[in-house]
Design a protein around this ligand. Structure first.
Ligand code: BGC
Length: 377
């Protein structure tokens, strides 16, 4: 079968012939892959700055944002059945007995760093025709979400952030009685940095949660991302074009920032604007460049004197995948067109290397595996 693979040693990215996987354990399930999303991490892997092939392999099959269809189930698999659509999680636990997060089913909080990630670190990914994995890593998607379910994985980042946020907000006792379950109904002013898929999906989650949401990005409006922001009831701000009124409205009044750019300079500039008792959530992973100057005294003063919290978040739990599938359904009901507009293009696996090595435009680009070309399973 074909697969898109990265060869770090020879610095190549190409479509290869890869062995078809077979069910070898009772709880395993075999999938025919349908959609695989491309993201910044894939680009970094293809720039040979990130990513590790499985032990003994000179290449890594990439792809971690996925949607597949179940075509075969092992005798002990009971949660999924043939024909189900599923999204498979990315991270697998490390083997160390002392890693309490991994031993408790939360490899997203692994402390040893010896976790693996499908399509990223030590395990082949999903940009191929067939995949076998344990059913415990698979999450069933309702059939009506077929066209948009590949957006589940990038939304899990916001779901994990929201989980953390809810727990952190318990530190503010006067809010607790008002928000027993989630942030719904609480009028929070939130700023999303970045209008790529992670930022826009995060904005959708915040708006569904009742937050007054601003999305800040480089590109001037109108553009496809700003259209989505306006259509879902957010406010789009572009670089250098933030009106004085908006600046006044935001300065010191931002309750939550959801960073989704990986641009450290921007993150630290906006951190200065954070209000009292507020939170700054960092999700972007910058490539390591020369150190930059930051206003360290001001930032530290603010963090202490305003009881602020800055936290980073990566990957997601199994619960977060279920929450993301549920929220994709909510977004689909509320903004069917805007949700669909996040997927700007679909390409064949053969086009993937060119896209990953060049400059990809659009919001979310998806590789669609054409089953007509699948010969054998
Ligand atoms: C993926 C995560 C992964 C992270 C770090 C992100 O692009 O969505 O699943 O944990 O990269 O490798």
């Amino acid at each position: 079968m074909k697969a898109v693979a990265v060869f770090p040693r020879t610095k190549e990215v190409r479509v290869i012939e890869h062995e078809v996987p077979h069910i070898t354990e009772q709880g395993q399930v075999k999938l025919r892959m349908l959609d695989i999303g491309l993201c910044g991490t894939d680009k970094e892997i293809c720039a040979f700055e990130y990513g590790t092939p499985p032990p003994g392999s000179d290449y890594l099959v990439i792809g971690h944002e996925s949607l597949g269809e179940v075509i075969e189930v092992g005798p002990a698999a009971s949660r999924v059945k043939v024909g189900d659509l599923v999204v498979t999680t990315v991270r697998r636990p490390c083997p160390h007995p002392e890693c309490r997060p991994c031993r408790s089913g939360y490899p997203d909080f692994c402390t040893t760093g010896d976790y693996t990630e499908r399509g990223i670190k030590g395990e082949h990914g999903f940009m191929t025709e067939y995949v076998v994995d344990d059913e415990r890593y698979m999450h069933v998607v309702p059939p009506e979400l077929r066209d948009v379910a590949v957006l589940t994985e990038p939304l899990t980042i916001a779901e994990k952030a929201r989980d953390q946020t809810r727990q952190i907000m318990r530190r503010l006792p006067w809010l607790n009685s008002e928000i027993p379950e989630d942030m719904r109904g609480l009028s929070l002013t939130t700023v999303v940095l970045g209008a790529g898929p992670v930022g826009l999906l995060g904005a959708m989650a915040l708006i569904v949660g009742g937050c007054d949401t601003y999305v800040y990005a480089l590109a001037p409006a109108p553009n496809p991302s700003s259209d989505i922001v306006e259509a879902i009831g957010g406010k789009y701000l572009s670089q250098g074009k933030v009106s004085v009124e908006t600046q006044k409205a935001l300065f010191g009044h931002i309750h939550l920032v959801y960073e989704a750019t990986g641009v450290s300079r921007l993150a630290f500039e906006v951190l200065k604007l954070l209000g009292p008792n507020s939170m700054f959530i960092v999700t972007g992973v910058p490539s390591l460049k020369a150190p930059i100057g930051v206003d360290a005294d001001l930032l530290m003063r603010n963090i202490v004197l305003k009881n602020q919290i800055v936290f980073g978040t990566v990957n997601a739990s199994s619960e977060n995948f279920d929450e993301a599938i549920n929220d994709i359904g909510v977004f689909h009901q509320r903004w069917p067109q805007s949700l669909r507009a996040l997927i700007t293009s679909r390409f064949s696996p053969e086009e993937a290397p060119g896209l990953l090595l060049g400059k990809i435009g659009g919001i979310k680009n998806v590789i669609t595996v054409d089953s007509a070309t699948s010969r054998e399973h």
